[in-house]
Design a protein around this ligand. Structure first.
Ligand SMILES: [Zn+2]
Length: 273
């Protein structure tokens, strides 16, 4: 298995990143947003002949403004993808707590961008449910609507004001194929789904029926554990980013740490955090 070693040099990381960014000696220009041939300048930066801007390797890799050595960034990325809590990542990399937290924020933006770009409609048998994240008494509670394909191939989340029919239907309209089969817990928000084109069935938890809704319950359990273990506390304003992170790691759980995916993730363009 591919592993970023703490002993890797910046030069080695730079070479790997260059190899990932440049295909047939062309890389995507952050301004032009198309693949361009760059001229390499004497100071090591890259010059785009179209927008006439200069970029460092880090800027091309979506790490604008970063002052960390590339080897540290690669090591931090690995910590993030392996769900290391902030304190453990701090220990592994020898970086300060605020630095680790800032990079985790950047990686979350990258995860969000990746999952948005690769979004696919859910299909087949889909289990849907709502989950309350955070504490109401701190005014920090959010209702998250989640839908997962029964075999865990695809997953979607949305934060909604409350578990109501309108929000559920809009969510399914945006994320699921119309010929899907929806499994839910019989909450009144799901009663009327048939007119949207899907078929659906309810499993009543009060009657001890839990078998079919198991996939989404497992997602909620995993999400709660991860929030508790890795971040201890999050503000609801930041929740969308954490959900994106969760989705990325869940959907790419078997490939995220492969060399190709790892480098692709590391070099994804992301807005500055
Ligand atoms: Zn350009």
């Amino acid at each position: 298995m591919f592993t970023i070693h703490a002993s890797w040099s910046d030069a080695k990381c730079a070479a790997l990143i260059r190899k990932t960014l440049f295909l047939n000696s062309r890389a995507i220009c952050p301004s032009c947003e198309v693949r361009r041939r760059f001229k390499t300048l004497k100071d090591g930066r890259y010059w785009c002949g179209r927008c006439r801007q200069k970029y460092s390797l880090k800027q091309l890799a979506g790490l604008k403004g970063s002052r960390l050595p590339l080897a540290k960034i690669a090591l931090l990325t690995r910590c993030f993808l392996k769900n290391y809590p902030l304190a453990v990542a701090q220990d592994t990399t020898g970086l300060s707590y605020p630095t680790v937290r800032r990079y985790y924020d950047i990686f979350r933006l990258k995860a969000n961008k990746y999952t948005l770009e690769h979004a696919q409609f859910l299909k087949g048998r889909i289990v849907i449910d709502a989950c309350y994240i955070g504490k109401k008494r701190n005014n920090n509670q959010a209702v998250v609507l989640g839908a997962v394909e029964e075999d865990y191939t695809n997953l979607a989340f949305r934060i909604i004001p409350q578990e109501e029919q309108g929000y559920v239907e809009k969510f399914l309209y945006d994320t699921a194929c119309p010929w899907s089969h929806i499994i839910h817990d019989g909450h009144k928000a799901y009663e009327d789904l048939s007119w949207t084109g899907v078929t659906h069935e309810a499993e009543i938890h009060e009657l001890g029926q839990f078998e079919k809704s198991c996939p989404i319950e497992r997602i909620w359990a995993l999400l709660r554990t991860r929030i508790r273990r890795t971040y201890h506390h999050i503000w609801k304003e930041k929740l969308p980013d954490y959900l994106a992170e969760f989705r990325y790691k869940f959907l790419y759980r078997s490939t995220a740490l492969n060399e190709l995916s790892f480098l692709e993730f590391l070099t994804l363009p992301a807005p500055r955090a």
